[in-house]
Design a protein around this ligand. Structure first.
Ligand code: SAM
Length: 347
C-alpha cells in the first residue's frame, strides 16, 4: 500500500483516508468504563470484582471535552456517533451530553445499552436528540440471561426498556444478542420468534476475542452460517444487500415479510476492509481498531491547551497512518495478545 491518501468525498471538505483508503465516518464514544452487569464474556467477576480499580473521575473526559472532540471529528467527516461503555446509562445525566452534541452536525446519534436503566431514560434521551438505540439482550430465558449477566437481572426489565424506547420514537430499535457456545445458543430461536414482526431488528453477534479477560476460544464461537441455518429451518430467510458501505451486520429478511435480522460475524467473516470506525475510550484515548493494543492520548492534547486546529492535525495524522485489520489477521496467536477490554473501549 502507498502513502496516506485523500480525496473529495460527498462532503465539501477534505476527507482523510487511512492506508487502506478507508474514510473516518463513525465515532464510538465510551462514556464510562463502569457497568452494572458482570456479563461472563465481557466483565467477569473474577477480574472486575469489588477491588477492581475503575478510572477515577478526574481521568474521565468531561461532557465539554467530549463535545469539543465531536466537533473536530465532524470536521473530519464523522457522520455517526455511538455512545457506549461500560454501561453508558450509569453515567449521570447522559442526556445532557446528547443535547450538547446533537446540534454539532447532521449527526446520526445512537446508543448501545444493556437496557437496565432504559425505561426511565428513553424519553429524556430522545428529547435531547438521540435518534436510535441498540439494546443488548442475550436471552429471554431468565435462568440463561441471569447466568450471562451474573447480577441476577431479569429479562423482562430489559423488554420494558425496549418498550419505553419504542414509545419515545427511538426507531428502528436494534437488539444485540451475543451467542456463545454452551451458554445461550438455545436462545437463538426463542429470540427470533419474539422479535419477528415487531419492527425491531434482532442481531446476532459472534462471540469475539476482545480484551484478554474472557478466556476466548474459537470453539466458543457459534458461526454465522449455523445461526442462519437454525433460524432458516423454522422461518425461511433470504440474504439482503448491505444498506451502506461499512455496515457491520450481514442482513437477512424473513421470506414471509416479518422483518429482518442481522449477523455480526467478525470472527468468521471479517469486515475490516470497510471499517470506518474510530473509538474513544472514557479516559480520552483514541483507538483505531476494536482489537487495538494501544491508543492515542487525546485527553493530554485537550488538557495541555492545544487549539482545535492542532488537535485536528493530530487526528488526521493518526487516521492517515491507520493500517489495522485485526480480524482479517486473527489466529490462535493474535487471540493471546494483550488487547484493550471491550468494557473500556466500548462495543
Ligand atoms: N453496556 C452496553 C451494552 O451492554 O450494550 C454497552 C457496552 S457492551 C461492551 C457492547 C456490546 O458488546 C454488548 O452487546 C455486548 O454483549 C457486546 N460484547 C461484549 N463482549 C463481547 C465479546 N467478547 N464478543 C462479542 N460481543 C461482545
Amino acid at each position: 500500500m502507498g502513502p496516506p491518501q485523500s480525496m473529495r468525498g460527498p462532503h465539501t471538505f477534505h476527507v482523510t483516508l487511512d492506508v487502506f483508503r478507508r474514510p473516518l465516518r463513525d465515532l464510538r464514544i465510551s462514556v464510562t468504563d463502569r457497568c452494572n452487569f458482570r456479563c461472563v464474556y465481557c466483565m467477569p467477576k473474577e477480574v472486575f470484582g469489588k477491588d477492581y480499580a475503575f478510572l477515577p473521575q478526574a481521568m474521565v473526559l468531561t461532557f465539554e471535552e467530549i463535545a469539543r472532540l465531536v466537533r473536530i471529528f465532524v470536521d473530519l467527516g464523522v457522520e455517526k456517533i455511538r455512545l457506549t461503555g461500560g454501561e453508558p446509562l450509569v453515567r449521570r445525566d447522559l442526556e445532557k451530553l446528547v443535547a450538547m452534541i446533537s446540534p454539532l452536525g447532521e449527526l446520526d446519534i445512537t446508543l448501545t445499552t444493556n437496557g437496565s436503566l432504559l425505561a426511565a431514560k428513553a424519553k429524556p434521551l430522545a428529547d435531547a436528540g438521540l435518534k436510535r438505540i441498540t439494546v443488548s439482550l442475550d436471552s429471554l430465558d431468565d435462568a440463561t440471561f441471569k447466568k450471562m449477566n451474573d447480577v441476577d437481572f431479569p429479562a423482562q426489565k430489559v423488554l420494558d426498556g425496549i418498550a419505553a424506547s419504542e414509545a419515545a420514537g427511538l426507531a428502528p430499535i436494534k437488539v444485540n444478542m451475543v451467542v456463545r457456545r454452551g451458554l445461550n445458543e438455545d436462545s437463538i430461536l426463542p429470540m427470533a420468534r419474539h422479535f419477528r414482526g415487531t419492527g425491531h431488528i434482532l442481531r446476532f453477534i459472534e462471540y469475539m476475542d476482545v480484551g484478554s479477560s474472557n478466556g476466548w476460544r474459537l470453539d466458543d464461537v457459534v458461526p454465522m452460517r449455523e445461526i442462519v441455518a437454525t433460524i432458516d429451518k423454522e422461518f425461511p430467510l433470504e440474504a439482503l444487500e448491505p444498506a451502506y458501505r461499512g455496515e457491520v451486520a450481514a442482513r437477512y429478511r424473513y421470506k414471509d415479510g416479518a422483518g429482518e435480522i442481522g449477523i455480526i460475524s467478525s470472527v468468521t467473516q471479517p469486515f475490516c476492509a470497510d471499517c470506518t470506525r474510530a473509538r474513544l475510550s472514557a479516559d480520552g484515548k483514541l483507538y483505531t481498531c476494536l482489537f487495538a493494543t494501544e491508543g492515542h492520548d487525546l485527553r493530554a492534547l485537550l488538557r495541555s491547551g492545544k487549539s482545535d486546529d492542532e488537535i485536528r492535525a493530530a487526528l488526521e495524522a493518526v487516521w492517515s497512518a491507520r493500517d489495522d485489520r485485526y480480524s482479517e489477521l486473527r489466529s490462535a496467536e493474535t487471540a493471546g495478545l494483550k488487547k484493550i477490554e471491550m468494557s473500556f473501549i466500548g462495543g
